[in-house]
Design a protein around this ligand. Structure first.
Ligand code: SAM
Length: 293
């Protein structure tokens, strides 16, 4: 195929313009006014394009103020009653278009942009495959807020974390000695987008599944982190069997505390106490040694 010099020059020029585009994905936190990091603010301010999806008008106003020229909401991609996947794909295409057209793009998502956020990960993956610079900065997720507001630490007995529908529909080994966080209980079994209430009539099935491992009287917490300055978290501690009747919204997360203490692994414990040089109160400065050889 013959390519003229002019064509080649144009295509080289286009390629170099295209490659100037880049992507940084940032999170606005849950309470945007207090949870935007300095680094995220700086990236938003200097961007050519700031496509964003946030859950409240204050977060939207903050982004618009930080970058009035570049800020564009992607919320309009959600369509009532349509699969949320349509909206996610449209968001990915929007972000890719911005970057391919040579713009320094900063895509903002609420919470942590990489936690339960398919379009952010997928955009980065596709752009890197095309040779663009693309990265993500961490943000404050609703689970981070949950640990703070409920005063629980994932280190104590461990913490399992699942998307509620995925948890309900798959065979998952629940360890009731560990804590459990179930995301998206407010959209349980409903893949479509709804402006108001989702169809969560599958909730009794989730309760049934949980009751295989937890007593029905086990106290669980329905939690909603505060989004606005001066507001408090919503923390409802209810018995598991009440869950089906509780008015759960899309911005709520379920926390299930452990129901029993951990079972020591006796074999491992005895091997550990026999062999470990530091078992029995020695300090980390002790010289390591191997016994029994
Ligand atoms: C699509 S995910 C987005 C999560 C978000 N990227 C984050 O970092 O928290 C939506 C789910 O996050 C949780 N979530 C969002 N906002 C919340 C809030 N204010 N309080 C508690 N959980 C929330 C709920 O489980 C909700 O169904």
């Amino acid at each position: 195929m013959h390519t003229s010099t002019a064509d080649a020059a144009t295509s080289t020029e286009e390629t170099s313009v295209e490659r100037k585009g880049s992507l940084v994905v940032v999170g606005t936190g849950i309470k945007t006014t207090g949870q935007l990091t300095m680094e995220t603010i700086a990236w938003i301010e200097r961007a050519d394009a700031v496509p964003y999806v946030v859950g409240d008008p204050i977060a939207e106003a903050v982004i618009q103020r930080l970058n009035p020229e570049g800020a564009v909401s992607m919320a309009s991609y959600y369509e009532e009653g349509k699969s949320r996947m349509f909206a996610y794909n449209a968001m990915i295409e929007h972000i890719l278009r911005d970057v391919r057209s040579g713009k320094k793009t900063v895509a903002a998502f609420y919470g942590h942009p990489g936690v339960f956020a398919y379009p952010s990960h997928e955009s980065i993956k596709r752009l890197r495959n095309e040779g663009y610079s693309a990265k993500m900065l961490p943000g404050i997720s609703s689970e981070d807020c949950l640990f703070a507001d409920l005063g629980v630490d994932p280190a104590v007995g461990g913490c399992q974390s699942y998307e509620a529908t995925d948890f309900m529909l798959n065979s998952i080994n629940i360890d009731s000695s560990s804590q459990l966080v179930l995301w998206q209980i407010g959209t349980l079994g409903d893949w479509t987008y709804k402006r108001q209430m989702y169809d969560i009539r599958a909730m009794p099935l989730l309760v049934q599944k949980l009751s295989q491992v937890y007593p029905l009287a086990h106290l669980v917490t329905v939690y909603e982190a505060p989004m606005f300055p001066g507001t408090e978290p919503m923390i409802a501690k209810i018995p598991l069997y009440w869950l089906s009747d509780f008015p759960i919204t899309a911005a709520m997360t379920l926390y299930v505390p452990s129901a029993r203490s951990r079972t020591p692994d006796m074999q491992m414990l005895s091997m550990f106490s026999m062999n470990a040089p530091y078992a029995g109160g020695s300090t980390p400065n002790d010289t390591p040694s191997v016994q029994g050889s």
